[in-house]
Design a protein around this ligand. Structure first.
Ligand SMILES: [Zn+2]
Length: 283
């Protein structure tokens, strides 16, 4: 009721302001445009629908791929994609267009893009020794998509920096300057990182997804231990360390919240030999 009432009052206020504006030679106000942007600010804070999530994610993925191309080994790409899709099929959003790729980059990192595109770098793959470790990392990224962590951060940031009307336009119109800004903003987020709470949630729920898919639940902790042993000054881990809580903190949090799950599913598959056979040509 109050929302319906507010609009006529706003228009009335602007109409009353017109004579004053003429008197003081203020820059002319475009009443229609102002009313439009008020309406659109409401639209931009609504839930982004799945089609918009997927379309925007594809644009952001393309921008990220411009920075680092996919590794050329087709067997490894197929393998990582299969492991990722198997994990995603165990989740509450099995029907997203999930795709998983290995980026040709020596740094250690992994990224989740809204809508179900997930990348892992060749550098991080090289640090792994089993499919359970790969599954642990991919499951962490899958949670970012399930919980729309990046999507919400992009939406929040776009509203703050671009304004409601531009953000709404950017979502609706793939070929627009506004969309370009939104996608740039989305790509920059991968250099800034998410909130710590989102990262720790991805660790906790990622462990559950990996366990549900039949893997040794210690896959992710095992990778975190390897990262913890690396020098933070190493340029290969600089971005990951900057954008994530420290590995020691992540391990502590998993121990505190997830110990029963970790122990209950510690005996499940690791699949070290399969991992080595399927990834040897990119290493
Ligand atoms: Zn993460």
């Amino acid at each position: 009721m109050s929302r319906v009432m507010r609009m006529p009052i706003l228009i009335a206020a602007l109409a009353l302001a017109a004579p004053v504006q003429a008197q003081f030679r203020l820059p002319s106000l475009d009443v229609n445009r102002l009313v439009d942007s008020v309406k659109n600010a409401g639209k931009a804070t609504r839930e982004i629908d799945e089609a918009e999530e997927i379309a925007m994610g594809r644009d952001v993925a393309a921008r990220l791929l411009g920075a680092a191309p996919l590794a050329s080994d087709a067997r490894t790409q197929r393998y990582v994609n299969n492991v990722g899709r198997w994990l995603a099929s165990q989740t509450e959003r099995p029907d997203l267009p999930w795709q998983f790729g290995v980026l040709e980059a020596p740094q250690l990192n992994a990224f989740a893009v809204p809508g179900g595109t997930i990348f892992i770098t060749r550098g991080l793959l090289e640090k792994m020794a089993s499919e359970a470790e790969l599954a642990g990392v991919l499951a962490h990224e899958i949670v970012h998509v399930l919980k729309k962590h990046h999507l919400k951060a992009i939406q929040k940031g776009a509203l703050a920096s671009l304004g409601g009307d531009v953000a709404a336009l950017a979502l609706k119109n793939a070929r627009s300057d506004a969309r370009d800004k939104l996608v740039s903003f989305g790509a920059e987020m991968y250099a800034r990182g998410l909130d710590k709470g989102d990262e720790l949630e991805a660790d906790r729920l990622g462990v559950v997804i990996a366990a549900r898919a039949g893997y040794d639940a210690y896959g992710l902790p095992s990778v975190l231990q390897k990262l913890q042993a690396m020098n933070a000054d190493d340029s290969g881990v600089a971005l990951m360390f900057k954008t994530h809580p420290a590995p020691a903190e992540r391990l502590d949090m998993l121990g505190e919240k997830m110990q029963p799950t970790l122990d209950a599913y510690a005996g499940q598959a690791q699949l070290a030999e399969r991992f080595i056979a399927e990834t040897k040509s990119v290493k």
